[in-house]
Design a protein around this ligand. Structure first.
Ligand code: ATP
Length: 288
């Protein structure tokens, strides 16, 4: 069995610039991977089939699974007769704004590149990934990046200044399509993406905290008021800055002291089932 890590991402910024004629939103996002990861196990099959195995009943076990789609894409494109069993050990909460499914697809692409000896570059894998979903390209590389277009154009950035990240996911799943559908572009407050890039370049933690921004927050807050409560609690317990990731509902707080991170973690666990303390992963993913 070949094992590949599939880390979650958080959005330090998420901006929507306009709606394109092809109905996608033109976005500008700064994303970074964190050390909360699913584990993908890949095993060759002689019968040529693609099988998804997961103990998590919310993970689709057929062609709806993004990891399945990744395997199918490589198998069809490169005429591979062998099949694969894809074992998904889920650690990343589902429908949480943490790109769990996209990261599983990206890890499957990286792993099968190795297992089937395809010798594709990261850029080629990311190009394939963009056909599965807008966040898959970023998840192929990992690390920290500016994503533009519909999310598939990736420019690598340095790692943000080191800090602790407390993740809290309320007990609801959010549909990304519903949130984008509810977004009104008139009069929205755009995050300052350039300022965030500058903050990262200069390793200025305070400026990173001041520059967090996500245009989807207000949409999800209106749909699910419990997300606002989590954000307020995280602020009350002492996070330096708090933001919702992706289309939510996961909220994350940045903290530059482990003691305070632990205090926030303990405080939030009282009324939020899924809480994690993680670090940002400075480095890009290895090829497999
Ligand atoms: P993003 O942040 O990219 O919007 P997300 O974290 O909000 O994604 P996912 O966890 O990727 O959302 O799940 C979204 C939907 O995708 C789920 O409802 C699930 O049915 C489907 N899905 C497909 N493949 C997977 C997978 N490997 N793991 C989890 N969900 C998957």
């Amino acid at each position: 069995m070949l094992y590949v890590k599939a880390p979650a991402k958080i959005n330090l910024t998420l901006d929507v610039l306009y709606k394109r004629p092809d109905h996608y939103h033109e976005v500008e996002m700064i994303m970074t991977t964190v050390d909360l990861a699913d584990r993908i196990g890949l095993e060759p099959r002689k019968d040529g089939l693609i099988k998804i195995i997961s103990a998590d009943r919310f993970v689709p076990d057929d062609e709806r699974n993004f990891a399945y789609q990744a395997a199918k894409l490589l198998k069809d494109t490169y005429g591979i007769s062998e099949g694969v069993s894809i074992k998904i050990d889920k650690e990343i909460p589902i429908a949480a704004g943490l790109a769990g499914g996209s990261s599983d697809a990206a890890a499957t692409l990286r792993g099968l590149n190795e297992m089937w000896n395809l010798q594709l570059t990261m850029d080629e894998l990311a190009e394939h990934g963009s056909k599965i979903g807008s966040d898959v390209s970023f998840c192929v590389y990992g690390g920290t990046a500016l994503a533009t277009g519909r999310g598939e154009k990736i420019r690598e950035l340095p790692a943000p200044p080191a800090c602790w990240v407390v993740l809290a996911k309320p007990k609801i799943g959010v549909s990304t399509a519903d949130v984008y559908g509810g977004l009104k572009l008139d009069g929205i407050k755009h995050p300052d993406t350039k300022r965030m890039m500058e903050a990262i370049e200069k390793q200025n933690y305070e400026l990173v905290c001041q520059s967090l921004g996500n245009v989807l927050e207000t949409v999800t807050f209106n749909l699910h008021p419990e997300v606002v409560t989590i954000k307020e609690q995280m602020q009350r317990f002492g996070a330096d800055a708090v933001l919702m990731s992706g289309s939510g509902p996961t909220v994350f707080g940045l903290v530059d002291s482990e003691t305070r991170a632990t205090r926030i973690y303990n405080g939030l666990r009282g009324f939020c089932e899924e809480v994690y303390i993680v670090r940002m992963l400075g480095e890009r993913n290895p090829l497999a």
